[in-house]
Design a protein around this ligand. Structure first.
Ligand code: NAP
Length: 242
């Protein structure tokens, strides 16, 4: 059976297990599309967002979404928010331009790592991390070094299953002004498709890749999905709405 044929059945089997999920960073570009896909595909019996602020949703589909508002500087005080979720998705992150180097490390490494620790203690079996193309704990570039170090330190927690996603530049319509990202998008827009897709990826493809990966049985405790794997997996089921 091909992946395209298998996915609807895998999804159905997954649904039958009545699992619960938490999402960190559900207000972000990847996080919000991931949440929308999770609800549309009706994959979990309980969905919880963990974030620094309460989000408002108009649509009926979001009415059963639970929200835990936490102070990331005092996460130990909020351990209960991380308890009892089978699956966790971390789409948290900031930029050096926004909060400086120290602030970036605090969010992208410290908050992420502490959240992963609390999730593991709270019983999470499958942890999914959005990292980045080129993540490398030995890199001389702060961004790639922090991403690589965070990946490696979460691996040490030994989740039953740990999936790391390394997307290239995200293609999305961000409200917030990020001139660098805008330029990158323009640049990719001018390249032949095959080149651009090696270096960038639409957020919906990332979100679908995360979910398509989750519903299939994991063969390894840790798996790393590079940008090309994300493209392949995210587009594996043509039956989903465009
Ligand atoms: N942009 C790219 O091209 C690119 C490429 C590869 C990988 N990535 C990585 O992919 C991940 C997701 O990226 P994205 O563009 O979807 O992220 P995003 O839109 O910037 O959203 C980031 C999320 O993190 C939360 N967050 C940021 N600072 C926080 C803080 N100090 N305390 C608590 N929460 C905080 C935000 O919450 P609020 O809404 O409350 O701010 C939001 O939910 C990040 O780790 C990023 O590094 C990005």
């Amino acid at each position: 059976m091909t992946e395209t044929q298998a996915l609807p059945k895998l999804r159905e089997d997954f649904r039958m297990q009545n699992k619960s999920v938490f999402i960190l960073g559900a207000s972000g570009e990847i996080g919000k599309v991931l949440l929308k896909e999770i609800l549309e595909q009706n994959l979990f019996s309980k969905v919880t967002l963990i974030g620094r602020r309460k989000l408002t949703f108009e649509e009926e589909a979001y009415k059963n979404v639970n929200q835990e508002v936490v102070d990331f500087e005092k996460l130990d005080d909020y351990a209960s928010a991380f308890q009892g979720h089978d699956v966790g998705f971390c789409c948290l992150g900031t930029t050096r331009a926004k909060v400086g180097a120290e602030g970036f490390v605090r969010v992208d490494r410290d908050y992420v790592l502490k959240s992963a620790e609390l999730a593991k203690t709270g019983g999470c079996k499958h942890f999914n991390l959005v990292s980045s193309k080129g993540a490398d704990k030995s890199s001389n570039f702060l961004y790639l070094q922090v991403k690589g170090e965070t990946e490696a330190r979460i691996e040490e927690l030994k989740f039953d299953r740990y999936s790391v996603f390394r997307p290239g530049a995200l293609l999305c319509d961000r409200q917030e002004s990020r001139p660098g990202e805008w330029l990158v998008r323009k640049f990719f827009g001018s390249l032949p498709n095959s080149w651009a897709s090696g270096l960038s990826v639409p957020v919906v493809t990332v979100a679908r890749a995360m979910l398509n990966n989750m519903v299939r049985p994991g063969s390894e405790q840790m798996e790393v999905l590079e940008n090309k794997d994300i493209h392949a997996l995210g587009k594996a089921d043509g039956s989903l709405k465009p």
